[in-house]
Design a protein around this ligand. Structure first.
Ligand code: OMP
Length: 211
């Protein structure tokens, strides 16, 4: 499930302007090589994080998914879930709970691995899905918690990659099928291609006008 095409194009433009989306040669977690990389850790200012939270919040509200709380998997999901909770409150008038995990469980203080309040229907907020490994770890983590279940996942970028070469569906489609939940994305790889195509067409037109 993707956001509307104008939202997706706006998000691609925003990510490029922040240099969060970069081109080059990148080695992915899955061992694959990619000509582009989306690094959510590079939304490093209050303004960028505010806008990012708003993109997520709009995509969530547009999807109609029903949930009771947000969950941001450590580490990158933590500021994302916080930014989304703020945007949902400020722009959509809903005061939703949010929680996140520690990578190492604490034995003192409030203890445990989860910080914040988990409620029955959990919406996972993550950055990117490539092969789907990270999101499966979050699903396992939530499955181990009492009285909660994941009702959906939201990511900024769906890379539309397959789990493995010989599998026909994308990693996201496989996650949706395996867990019977929707995966919402603000933008997909195809939105990036459309954006690049439009930019190239613009440059070609300009070049023709000048020669
Ligand atoms: P999978 O676990 O293969 O789905 O990869 C998702 C994770 O890879 C993300 O949570 C990131 O840590 C990282 N990643 C990015 O952040 N951006 C990308 O464009 C690609 C990856 C990646 O390594 O595949």
């Amino acid at each position: 499930m993707g956001a509307g095409s104008s939202t997706a194009q706006g998000f691609v433009q925003f990510a490029l302007s922040q240099e969060v989306l970069r081109f080059g040669e990148f080695k992915l977690k899955s061992g694959r090589t990619s000509p582009y990389f989306f690094n959510a850790g590079l939304f490093t200012t209050g303004e960028a994080l505010t806008k990012l939270g708003e993109f997520y919040a709009d995509a969530i509200v547009a999807s109609g998914v029903e949930f009771d709380c947000l969950f941001g998997p450590a580490y990158k999901g933590i500021p994302l879930a916080a930014a989304v909770a703020i945007a949902i409150y400020k722009n959509h008038g809903r005061n939703v709970a949010y929680a996140y995990n520690r990578k190492e469980a604490k034995a003192h203080g409030e203890g445990g691995q989860i910080v914040g309040t988990l409620k029955p229907r959990v919406l996972i907020i993550d950055d990117v899905i490539t092969a789907g490994t990270a999101i499966r770890e979050s699903m396992d983590l939530l499955a181990a918690q009492k009285d909660v279940r994941a009702v959906g996942v939201v990511v900024a970028m769906d890379r539309q990659e397959r789990v493995q070469e010989d599998v026909k569906v994308s990693a996201i489609q496989q996650v949706e099928k395996d867990y019977n939940i929707p995966v919402i994305s603000i933008a997909k790889m195809e939105d990036l291609i459309v954006y690049i195509d439009q930019q190239c067409a613009g440059w070609t037109k300009l070049t023709k006008q000048q020669t």
